[in-house]
Design a protein around this ligand. Structure first.
Ligand code: NAD
Length: 449
């Protein structure tokens, strides 16, 4: 059907007092995704082709999808030529500020100190972290320029100490990469930029080609082809590659009460709505009267029609909702059930309400904290779990680029202390060699007495 190009831009309303729980959950359901099987059928042959034919296959897909037919190599290796990162001074300054804040916040997440616990006298258990050696960072291309995503993935990889950072991004039709991405790659010390997108980029990094480095983990958002390809290669034990998390369309949930400024609330809703027609935007209005609610709705409409991306906003607002609730507990209950990627608290004593947050990717507290600051420059990461995965996944953080290794170190006394438990459990599990590995040592100690 033809999309409406005019008319009031209005979110649907639902009153939690009159609605049943089932109705409420149905309203908050994410728009369903295309069947993964159909997408897998498209990406599997691409992945196979790249695995077998390497660079030649990668290039042919870039020629096809990006129309970059002049491209003769699928990779750009560091050091990157200065002329490929010519940028206005104000863009450099903004990227440097963001880089530094992201670096500071992620560096503080480090646990360089070995954690050590003596669980019994002479039984010492430790845990320490090591960087993942080679990481592949996917920065979506298409029409958008996303230097922020390159920083959000690249800076923590750099801080973690990953030896090889490979960035992948679909080039423009003339075969070039946007200078912002080259600059970000340079800042984080990336070893190369793969000039490809979609399943071919994912496959190239998962298996390696003649010129593209094989990586140990692939991170970063992308469209459904990228997501399906990541799932596919992570299931192939021969690839030996991990991924960050499943990805879906971006979303925000704003909780607003009487204290909230309607213009601020609307601006946050719209900054999510402009991402794409599949974005989901939810407002939970806490004890607002008709006049207060209408003030927010008016702001949404008036600010929306002045946006360059108003047509996208019409699409996303069409399936977005305002939920009316009586109090903050009810608002938080619904929010925790929905598990939003971004949660914005524009309420009185917002900082206190954080104690009630159980499921969310990232929280934005109080009227002076729009989501945009977290998207770009505050220091928190913007690669976050969507589609309800905030219930079990964390957003990208320093730990995403590390492994934690444990060690145990026992003294003779320690082995005596814990040995009987080990031997008994080995006996129960009928693993005799396990039991004897302890017994043989204890007998040795006894013989030396
Ligand atoms: P993309 O880089 O994700 O995908 C481009 C690739 O898609 C192409 O290189 C091609 O390989 C593949 N492709 C396209 N059509 C295909 C087809 N018919 N068959 C096989 N492969 C095909 O760029 P995009 O498409 O613009 O999508 C960007 C995605 O990134 C969106 O889904 C958006 O939601 C997401 N995004 C995320 C963030 C973030 O979290 N940082 C920001 C902006 C956008």
């Amino acid at each position: 059907a033809e999309k409406p190009k005019s008319g009031r831009i209005l979110m649907q309303r639902i009153d939690s007092v009159n609605a049943t729980e089932a109705e409420l959950l149905e309203t908050l359901k994410r728009p369903s995704q295309k069947s993964p099987e159909a997408i897998l059928k498209i990406v599997t042959p691409i992945i196979e082709d790249v695995r077998k034919n390497g660079d030649k296959a990668v290039l042919s897909y870039t020629h096809k999808f990006e129309k970059a037919t002049s491209l003769t190599s699928p990779v750009l290796k560091a050091p990157f030529p200065k002329e490929l990162m010519q940028l206005p001074a104000e863009t450099i300054k903004a990227m440097d500020t963001s880089f530094e804040n992201i670096r500071k916040f992620h560096a503080a997440q480090g646990d360089d100190k070995t954690l050590q616990v003596e669980t019994m006298p002479g039984v010492i258990c430790s845990r320490f972290s090591r960087p993942i050696e080679r990481v592949g960072l996917y920065v979506p291309g298409g029409t958008a320029v996303l230097p922020s995503t390159a920083l959000m993935l690249g800076v923590p990889a750099m801080v973690a100490g990953c030896k090889k950072i490979v960035l992948a991004s679909p080039p423009r039709a003339d075969g070039s990469v946007t200078p912002e991405i080259v600059y970000a790659a340079h800042k984080v010390g990336a070893e190369s930029i793969v000039l490809a997108g979609g399943a071919q980029a994912v496959a190239a990094m998962a298996y390696g080609t003649e010129s593209i480095t094989k990586v140990d983990k692939i991170l970063g958002p992308g469209n459904q082809f990228v997501t399906a390809a990541k799932m596919h290669v992570s299931n192939d034990t021969n690839a030996g590659v991990g991924i960050d998390m499943p990805a879906g369309p971006s979303e925000v949930l704003v909780i607003a009460d009487k204290d909230a400024n309607p213009a601020f609330v609307a601006s946050d809703l719209l900054s999510q709505a402009e991402h794409g027609v599949d974005s989901q935007v939810i407002l939970i209005a806490v004890d607002l009267n008709e006049e207060q609610l209408k003030a927010i709705e008016d702001e949404v409409h008036n600010q929306a029609i002045a946006l360059p991306r108003v047509d996208i906003v019409r699409g996303s607002i069409a399936h977005s909702v305002s939920v009316l609730v009586k109090d903050i507990d009810e608002a938080m209950r619904i929010s925790n059930e929905y598990a939003p990627e971004h949660l914005i608290l524009q309420i009185k004593d917002a900082a206190k309400a954080v104690d009630l947050v159980m499921n969310a990717g990232s929280v934005f507290i109080g009227q002076w904290t729009p989501e945009s600051v977290g998207d770009y420059s505050a220091g928190v990461n913007h690669s976050l779990p969507t589609y309800g995965f905030a219930k079990q996944y964390s957003g990208v953080n320093l730990g995403s680029f590390q492994k934690h290794i444990t060690s145990s170190n026992l003294t003779a006394e320690g082995l005596r202390n814990v040995g009987s438990a080990v031997m008994q459990l080995a006996k129960v599990e009928e693993l005799e060699a396990h039991r004897r590995a302890v017994e043989i040592r204890i007998k040795h100690m006894d013989a030396q007495k």
